[in-house]
Design a protein around this ligand. Structure first.
Ligand code: GN1
Ligand code: MG
Length: 335
């Protein structure tokens, strides 16, 4: 069935191999006579407007080609008639030229935190003069913590009764930390909190490594106007702990101070000259905001019977929530 898509790109002798790291889109590595590509079908339940993503990536790509040609970027590959987004049987596909590099699942040393943070910083820094008004919101209010809290509260009323009982402790914890929502509102209303080109999914597997060096950020679907705290926060969530969000042994969750320092240094190396003093005062809040929001999102999905995140067992989203709650507790001990 994929042959129809391969033909559109003119790929010969194509062999597809599924990649399973992401929770949202379906991704394949395709080896062809024309070279190696990454082919993805976009999850349109999550990304309701795939054309917005397509336009963003093309627009940023054109800007970078002109102003920062040295920066590695996942440019879209056009099909034989020049389209970069292909609709077929109710799904949307797009392809990238494969960039040789390694996507890590977890970090093994602090230098990787510095490298990755620097690469995400470079991405935003290279786009400080990009006309941000041209960038579409691919998921409106994606990192709006007030909205996420509201969705959580709604799930407490409309969600599955049994699961609400199961999750009692996690619910109480998240309710008792609601003050993060007010802090977020204050932050976003401040005149020195600047809207920038923000990646919004800076987990470690979204940056490619080569020989211990981070070389390129990938997965730009959620790149849209946002605040730097979103990017730093997701790095805190995924770089500082030796195990990831799927770990169910809470004893293994710890935050490593050397990685926290490395992350901040790496990001500041690229973005230090652009961040306002107000923004620089919010590194710690970044971690609190995103880890807390991720816990809210996993729990909301658990209460709504796993409609959003891919799961393979019924308690998985609750386990992920508890993992994130522990992560938040450990993060707060660091600061
Ligand atoms: C989703 O699909 P993936 O893994 O790139 C989610 C992120 C979450 C992450 C948690 C569009 O990203 O916001 O942090 O799962 N992306 C979307 O693993 O919801
Ligand atoms: Mg993603």
């Amino acid at each position: 069935m994929m042959q129809v898509i391969f033909d559109q790109y003119g790929w010969e002798a194509a062999k597809a191999n599924p990649l399973t790291q992401g929770l949202i889109n379906q991704t394949f590595e395709v080896a062809t006579q024309q070279g190696d590509f990454i082919l993805q079908s976009i999850n349109t339940q999550v990304f309701k407007d795939p054309f917005a993503i397509d336009q963003n990536i093309k627009s940023i790509g054109q800007y970078l080609r002109k102003h920062h040609p040295g920066l590695l970027f996942t440019h879209l590959v056009p099909n034989l008639v020049g389209e970069t987004l292909i609709g077929w049987e109710g799904k949307y596909y797009r392809a990238f030229k494969k960039i040789e590099g390694l996507a890590l699942d977890v970090l093994t040393h602090a230098d990787q935190a510095k490298e990755a943070a620097n690469q995400f910083g470079l991405f935003t820094a290279s786009l400080v003069a990009y006309p941000i008004g041209e960038l579409k919101s691919t998921i409106p209010q994606f990192h709006d913590l007030a909205l996420r809290f509201h969705q959580f509260e709604k799930a407490l009323i409309q969600g599955d009764g049994n699961r609400i009982k199961q999750a009692k402790e996690a619910i109480l914890f998240l309710q008792s930390h609601q003050s993060y929502v007010d802090q977020w509102t204050k932050y976003t209303n401040h005149k020195d909190a600047i809207l920038r080109v923000t990646h919004h999914d800076t987990k470690i597997s979204n940056v490619l490594f080569k020989d211990d060096q981070a070389i390129c950020v990938i997965d730009l679907d959620t790149t849209m106007p946002g605040y730097y705290i979103s990017d730093i926060g997701d790095m805190c969530r995924t770089y500082l702990c030796p195990v990831n969000e799927e770990c169910t042994d809470l004893n293994l969750i710890q935050m490593m101070p050397d990685r926290w320092t490395a992350l901040q240094n790496g990001y500041l190396k690229a973005m230090g000259e652009f961040l306002t003093p107000f923004e620089k005062d919010h590194f710690t809040f970044s971690g609190q905001f995103i880890i807390y929001m991720q816990a809210l999102r996993f729990l909301t999905d658990y209460l709504q019977l796993d409609q959003y995140y891919h799961t393979i067992r019924p308690s998985q989203n609750l386990d992920r929530t508890n993992n994130q709650i522990e992560l938040l507790k450990q993060f707060n001990k660091l600061n």
